[in-house]
Design a protein around this ligand. Sequence first.
Ligand code: FE
Ligand code: FE
Length: 341
Amino acid sequence: MSDQDRIEIHPEPVYGAGIWHFATYVDRYATDGYGEPRTVLDAIKLAGAVDDLAVVDLNWPFPPGNVSTAEVKDALAEEGLRAIAVTPEFYTGKFAKGGFTNPDPAVRRQAIELVAGSAEVGRELGVDYVKLWPGQDGYDYPFQADYTDLWDKSVDAVRELALAFPDLRFAIEYKPREPRNRMVFSSMARTLLAIEDMAVDNVGVLLDFGHSLYGGETPAEAARMAIARNRLFAIDVNDNFRGWDDDMVVGSVHLLETFEFFFALRDAGWDGVWQLDQFPFREDSVEAATAGIRTMRAFHHALDHLDRDALAAAQSAQDALRAQRIAKRALYRALAESESV
Ligand code: FE
Ligand code: FE
């Protein structure tokens, strides 16, 4: 197969971003924030300024909490953007002791209802999936939790939502830690196991590259596990130093592993959105998104020219150095071209 054939069989990649990429942030030190607060409408405007950004994942309730779905729809249309997902915020202060696993049944119910509310908004916006990030579902200390109870409550809540919205898809984003020291959905294997326990078709995984990295996984391998089970609904890409969820610009630290991740997805025929989940605390958010997309484009370009037959031969011989040479040859050439423009 020639390079030209390979380019033709792949549709143009669609690039996206979590809308929080364009927000300003607070942390436990800069409690006054890294910049003036922005509404979701401000953030959509900034997202619209990024070339090649086509879709966004939207937190709900829309920050600061009083923005209507109609206003968001108009703002998206104005910027030529589409909502690919909604992310219900059932991980805020009132869910400190858990959303789906809160010991108080009334708070647990509120968490499920908040997600259901976001699903209805998602329908209105025509999203591809509802993202579930149960950030407060986990524990912090030894002896604190009944592990079976946490697991069952998590599985039951997601199953209930999936059955209530059979026309929608739910994507669980796993993360090893933060804000909880330990999370229920902490790895690809645990998340796939929980989905198996749910026994529904419309729940899958959102694989966040950075979460997978600092969780000690090889993201390309984790992706293959989910794809083999038809459960890879979405991805987030970013980078970190492997100790924390730094949410840095794509390819800034683990360039070759990120390229391998893109290879794994494209090689499996995965056709989802290539989505940024970066937190530019001190960088210009439009520039950071542009830099991330430029690197993603370079990965795709490199994959168009990767010598797949030679790579397959090297892999079947487990020839590490030859496989790396083939991957690097394609990657470095594409990067040099993308950074020179
Ligand atoms: Fe993420
Ligand atoms: Fe994250």
